[in-house]
Each structure stands twice: as C-alpha cells, then as structure tokens.
Ligand binder design. Structure first.
Ligand code: CP
Length: 335
C-alpha cells in the first residue's frame, strides 16, 4: 500500500511518470475517471486556498467525491499521541478517526503544519505519520511540518513545461518575512529539484540552514541524478546565472519556538533578502516562482511578481494536474 508523504519515497522514474501523467491531464489527453464512485477525505488542520480548491476540483474531475473535514472546527479536536490521558482539550483520537474515516473513503489527504514549538519533535512529522500508521488506505501529504510534496511536484512540472526535461540552474532563495514560517516548502522544493537532477543553489542568511539530515539526502539525490547542490549565505551573488528563482521564507532552527528571538535574529535582513529587479537582472533571464500566498513588496517586489518572467499562477494551476496524477496512481490499485 502506497502513501504520498514525501517525494523521497519515490524514484526518479516514478516522479518522471507522475509528471508525464500530470502533463496528460493538463493537455486533456487523459480523461479517465479512476475515482468514479469513490470518496476522498481531505483533513485540514490549517487554512488553504490552492491545496483545498485544487484537491476538491481534481477529485471531482476524476469522478470522485471530496469529504472535507477541519478538526477543531467542522469535526472533533484530535489527539495523535499514543497512550495519553485525554482529559484536556482533545475529543477524539486519530486511531478511531482514521479507522472510521477509511470505512467511507478510498484515500485521506492531510494538511498539518508545523506548530513551530519544538523542532526535534516536529521534524519527525508526528501528526502526518500517525495518519499513515493507522491508515490502511493511501494517505496524501497536503503539507506537513517537514514536507509539501504536492507543491514540489507542481513546481517541477512548471519548470519542465517551460524548459522540457533539461537540467536547469535553480536558485532556492530565503526571503525576509515578519514572522518565522515552516520549512516544508523549501525542504520539498530542494528535495524534488535534486531528485529531478537540477543544479540547485540554496541561498539563506547564516543560521537559516535546512535540516541537516534532509540536506544530506538532498545532496545524495542530486549526485545520484546528475545534479548538484550549492549552499550560499549571500543574497546578491546567489542570483548569478540562475535560470529559475524560487523564493520562500522560513524560520531559523536556532530560534524555533521563540518568535521574538527569531524576529531579533532576522533584524537587518529585510532589505537584502527581497527578490527585486536588480537581483533578477543578475540571472540568466530567470523565471520567478513562489508557492503562494506571497506578501507583495516583502518577499518579492511588484515589479518582479507582475513581470512576464513570473510563473506563480501556472505553478498554482499545476497543483491541480499533479494531484490528479498522484490520486490516479494511488487509487489505480482499486482501494
Ligand atoms: N501553496 C499552497 O499550499 O497554498 P495554500 O496554502 O493556499 O493551499
């Protein structure tokens, strides 16, 4: 039984096949209804525009029915830890929630952001992994503490539809933001770009390193697939010769759980770490990407975001197509 929790669980050949399938869905060549008569649960612990709308529409277009649940709002608050005495604010345990839900549905999508409290706990993705542990049907990660694989696949699709299956110089750049943000998007972008075999440069200020173990996996994937990984701590020079620029902010592990410390830590970085025209001018006419939502004139200036090189809307559209490919593959075995 297969889940879709991180692209790390998939080979280059599998990712390549999913991207080809997504392209067929987008072009209209693929019109199958593998979800006919089936329901898929979408469990959202956090807000969403793109993920929620694209999953709901994708399930409909594949012939299925989406059941949307929001623990703590439209369904009961959920406990995920084993062996706890549930005498606090949690009403239902995931062990029952998942096993009941999968009597109705053929797959479960889950969005569960990092709580941004305790890095060592959250890097293990405890809520997502509890779903995977109790489920006997496929679980799809719709963004967890550590990974956002559907976003990363849409990003790889968006690069591929502009450049074909060629290796590109891809810059993942940190950007200033008023609050510390989770690391799932940069983690999954860097990982998928490495698995596809791009030459990836990761630019961030000192103290904003990605998870050490994940970075080591990213480097191994890049080497295995003909790409490379370079880490730089300067904002300007990082843009040199890039063909794709993907911007994202994330919090520092040094200040994890302490937003005030993080705010102090990032003081003075705002002006250097914004994507603007002068930085983009150093690139090889790079395309600009961001997963959205994005804060205008904080992460990226209007002049870049509204330029012809900005492909953020295609990137968002491609969430629909890659997720249809993922759902079709996971449910092809007849769950
Ligand atoms: N990029 C992304 O996941 O968007 P939402 O948070 O709106 O779903």
């Amino acid at each position: 039984m297969k889940h879709f929790l991180t692209t790390l669980d998939y080979s280059f050949e599998s990712l390549d096949r999913l991207l080809a399938s997504a392209a067929r869905f987008k072009s209209g060549v693929e019109t199958g209804k593998p979800l006919a008569g089936k329901s898929v649960a979408l469990v959202f612990f956090n807000p969403s525009l793109r993920t929620r709308a694209s999953m709901q529409v994708g399930i409909y277009e594949l012939g299925g029915n989406a059941v949307i649940l929001e623990p703590g709002a439209t369904s009961w608050t959920l406990e995920h830890r084993e062996g706890v005495i549930m005498d606090s604010d949690k009403t239902e345990h995931l062990k029952e929630f998942v096993r009941v839900l999968e009597r109705y549905v053929s797959a479960i999508g889950v969005r569960t952001f990092a709580a941004l409290k305790d890095w060592e706990t959250e890097r293990a993705d405890p809520v997502l992994n509890a779903f995977a542990k109790y489920a006997t049907k496929p679980v799809i990660n719709l963004e967890s503490a550590m990974h956002h694989p559907c976003q990363a696949m849409a990003d790889m699709m968006t690069i591929r539809e502009r450049f074909g299956a060629k290796k590109k110089k891809v810059l993942l750049t940190w950007a200033w933001h008023p609050k510390p943000l989770p690391m799932a998007v940069p983690n999954s972008f860097a990982l998928a770009a490495a698995q596809i075999g791009h030459d990836i440069r990761i630019a961030h200020p000192e103290g904003y390193d990605l998870d050490e173990e994940l970075l080591s996996q990213i480097k191994s994937c890049a080497t295995a697939n003909g790409g490379s990984v370079e880490i730089v701590n300067g904002a300007e020079a990082a843009f040199e010769a890039a063909e794709v620029v993907c911007a994202k902010s994330w919090g520092s592990k040094n200040c994890y759980g302490d937003p005030d410390k993080d705010a102090a830590f990032r003081l003075g970085l705002r002006n250097d770490w914004i994507v603007d025209k002068s930085k983009m001018a150093r690139t090889a006419d790079a395309l600009f990407m961001h997963c959205l939502p994005v804060r205008r004139n904080v992460i990226v200036t209007d002049s870049v975001l509204d330029s012809p090189n900005s492909i953020v809307i295609d990137e968002a559209e491609n969430r629909l197509h890659v997720q249809k490919a993922i759902l079709a593959e996971l449910l092809a075995t007849g769950h």
